[in-house]
Design a protein around this ligand. Structure first.
Ligand code: MG
Length: 276
């Protein structure tokens, strides 16, 4: 199943997405649910809308946190000139960094180098702590696509990453959450990032160093995970800078494509303004 969250009047609604490619004769549709399936038990309302008629939102806004892992693909660690860490390198992104498909990533004036990082995201479905590897499937609600947007220059200069990874708009999520994959399937998906249509990252989740169960077990060893919390699983190689006016897309096989424009002042204009 694909669970989408979309704009509808004052409050967002949730629905089950059915794509024409699934074999139906109808256009892509979304069947409306009675509420948020991560937070409560829900039913279909019987209302169905054409997918093209609704504006998709981030499929989840975590109530508490996004936990991310750095250097979880060896080729990406190497391109950054880093070793693969002996202890997993995890960090938090604030829930206020989340935006949905199509919403602009805002280039902060303090940075001159904002980079994309296409990543598989896990959505937690149950409150849990100290989850053993064997029981991780029970706590995953589903999977979505993320862009762990990073101000690379600030990441280098700040020493820790709260600002470089935490700006508003620095965590695009979407286009929906898939709930049908088993962990073994999610652990072998092609992941590609394009910038203005040009292929930049071409990886596969099978190249993760910490597997999905190991990652959830490790993170839940030190923090309680809540329903709706999101875990970013690291980025493959090929990361690079993007500029206002460009458009970035992250596509994960079997899940979908997350596309966002980059907006704000170009860094050369920012520095000119600063000189005036
Ligand atoms: Mg990352």
């Amino acid at each position: 199943m694909r669970i989408a969250r979309f704009a509808a009047g004052r409050d967002p609604q949730y629905g089950v997405v059915e794509l024409a490619e699934d074999g139906g004769s109808h256009p892509d549709t979304v069947s409306v649910l009675t509420g948020d399936p991560i937070a409560m038990s829900v039913q279909l309302t019987g209302e169905r809308k054409e997918l093209s008629s609704v504006r998709l939102l981030a499929p989840v806004i975590p109530r508490s946190k996004i936990v991310a892992v750095g250097r979880n693909y060896a080729a990406h660690a190497a391109e950054m000139g880093d070793e693969v860490p002996k202890t997993p390198l995890t960090f938090f992104k604030p829930n206020t960094s989340v935006i949905g498909p199509g919403e602009p990533i805002m280039y902060p004036g303090a940075s001159r180098e904002v980079s994309f990082e296409g990543e598989l995201a896990l959505v937690i479905g149950r409150i849990c702590k100290e989850v053993p590897v064997s029981r991780v499937p029970e706590v995953i609600f589903g999977y979505t696509v993320a862009n762990d947007v990073t101000a690379r220059d600030l990441q280098r200069s700040d020493g820790q990453w709260a600002r470089a990874k935490g700006y508003d708009t620095f965590c695009p999520l979407g286009p929906w959450i898939t709930t049908h994959q088993q962990i073994e399937e999610a652990a072998a998906l092609a992941i590609r990032t394009t910038l203005d249509g040009e292929l930049r990252q071409d990886g596969n989740t099978k190249d993760m160093i910490l597997t999905i169960p190991e990652l959830v077990a490790y993170i839940s060893s030190y923090t309680t995970l809540l329903p709706g919390d999101v875990i970013l699983t690291g980025t493959p190689s090929g990361v690079g800078p993007m500029l206002p006016g460009q458009e970035v897309s992250v596509e994960i096989e079997g899940i979908g494509t997350l596309t966002n424009p980059v907006a704000g002042a170009r860094p050369d204009e920012t520095s000119k303004q600063a000189e005036q």
